[in-house]
Design a protein. Sequence first.
Length: 277
Amino acid sequence: MALFDRSNINPQAEMSFLGHLEALRWHLVRAVGVVMVLALTWFFLKELLFDGILLAPKNPQFLTYRVLCHLSDRLQLGEDLCIREIPFRLIATDISSQFTTHMWVAFVAGLVTGFPYVVWELWRFIKPALHEKERRYANGIVFYTSFLFITGVLFGYYIITPMTVNFLGNYQVSTEVQNMISLDSFISTVTTMTLITGIVFELPIVVYFLSKVGILSPKFMRDYRKHAIVVILILSAVITPTSDATTLIMVAIPLYILYEVSIFVSAYVVRGKQAVQ
């Protein structure tokens, strides 16, 4: 019956574990609270959220389209990069679809804008468990994590999303078929593209922690650079449905730069570990 005898359990250790759970709970409560407040704020900013942000890539006057057209003129490519029309209509196919989409989008907007605070709360929970030298090498982790995520979201919104919307919005299997896209489908495409890109841009942070535990090294990443380039090109082709090389290169170059930055991050971690030893 010794197996069920709890008299020999260290109550201090049990309380310590429960104390950690309680601390984590309050960090999560505060993070969720901030996200919900921001989501509620975005819910009341309906015109800005939809007309000014989410539906903007459907407009031929969107910033990315104007920049591409200007670039086409400078490179003397004629109208090759100019977007003059995106001929599709958005429709609501369900009586509650607009309201449910509004709530979902407001939550996503709250999560994106509240991401730095969420990361900060998680860092406040993790930081006390680190040694002084580990804290020093992790200085700025909240800033860099938030900066990379927001940069990725902006890249997805201004580069990948417009190209996707333009290509799919203009694609036709036959002139007999008109594009009438559901609101849910369009919003899902925009939010998915932006969020996935934001997550992909966290690569240097992932490399930092993998290098910290010894799984990755700068030598490994340099040796497999050619393989990484192939993967980057394949990933760029997957996330950009357009068939032109210009769009593929526009997406691939930032991802390659991100890979090179990750090599630098890994080398920085390895040098730090060697200095400690």
